[in-house]
Design a protein around this ligand. Structure first.
Ligand SMILES: [Ca+2]
Length: 305
């Protein structure tokens, strides 16, 4: 496959997860992005399952992009009540001949950074275990990290895992605190964005009619139940981290400070507006335009037909 070496060099760390699946497909085959590595994180379901899902999704729909397994993660987290036992709803992975990279995910990230002639952007869609390990073990490579677009945390100290903590932040609060402390350019896609721009499942399936990914989604959504989004809707939390990179004009990037509690109320985050804060938190500019763009980016094959 011809590599797109003019797009933004990119690594995605992900714990698929139904909304991860949508976010990954959004990032595949985009001229703006040069996706060099996908790393599976533990999170929504076990590393074994997120790894299997990330491998199949990436190789089937993204092409010849290396996929590596990250670290198991500290928390016995599980969101299978939303995402289904497999992590991707009612879809059953078929037999295939795809295989993981031999390196572990953190070493693979370090290698991509070392080999890149330009800074590499990260998109993290799960707990930050792998990225925290990278910036700790390979701190000399931090200058080669361009920016981190992360679906994690909430802007006001509320949560969906506990009353105080968003799921990804709760799973590994120490990792998030480590990453926040290292002076990276972090762009936060907090929890509330997923609920503000939720998509209707019917609309999503209609948009995907006639293409292989759309067919896969029919099975995925047979096993997906997101009470927070409401019956018939999917909260596309993770897609915002990718969409903000692809279509920044659809978001306001609010400069902020970030605080993470890793002790008293683990995973509680606060993003406070501050022009000198060093981080950014996203807000949606125009929800209708964004939803349309999300579908266009998910199903570019439909636009060509
Ligand atoms: Ca995720």
């Amino acid at each position: 496959m011809l590599k797109n070496r003019r797009g933004i060099p990119l690594i995605i760390d992900t714990d698929p997860g139904v909304d991860d699946l949508l976010a990954l497909k959004t990032a595949f085959h985009k001229p703006e992005l040069d996706l060099r590595l996908v790393v599976a994180a533990a999170g929504n379901v076990s590393l074994e399952k997120t790894g299997a899902n990330a491998l199949f999704i990436t190789k089937t729909f993204g092409g010849d992009i290396p996929v590596a397994k990250g670290l198991p993660g500290p928390a016995a987290a599980d969101a299978s009540s939303v995402h289904g036992k497999s992590g991707i709803g009612g879809f059953v992975l078929p037999e295939h001949g795809f295989s993981f990279s031999e390196e572990n995910g953190v070493d693979a990230m370090a290698r991509v950074l070392r080999e890149s002639e330009r800074p590499v952007t990260f998109v993290t869609l799960g707990p930050m275990t792998d990225l925290a390990s990278l910036v700790t073990r390979y701190s000399g490579l931090i200058p080669k990290i361009g920016a981190v677009y992360a679906m994690i945390g909430s802007r006001d100290g509320t949560g969906n895992m506990t009353p105080f903590a968003e799921f990804n932040a709760w799973c590994d609060p120490d990792a998030l605190r480590t990453v926040v402390s290292r002076g990276l350019k972090l762009v936060f896609a907090p929890m509330h964005l997923g609920r503000e721009a939720k998509l209707s499942v019917d609309g999503l399936l209609r948009a995907g009619e006639g293409c292989a990914f759309g067919e896969m989604l029919r099975d995925v959504f047979r096993g997906y139940h997101d009470e927070a989004a409401g019956e018939g809707y999917v909260a596309v939390y993770d897609s915002h981290a990718v969409m903000a990179l692809l279509r920044p004009e659809l978001y306001d990037f609010i400069p902020c400070r970030a605080r993470v509690d890793a002790d008293r109320l683990p995973g509680q985050t606060f993003f406070e507006e501050d022009p000198a804060g060093g981080f950014f938190t996203l807000e949606i500019r125009d929800g209708d335009a964004l939803k349309k763009a999300m579908l266009d980016c998910l199903f570019p094959e439909k636009r060509k037909s």
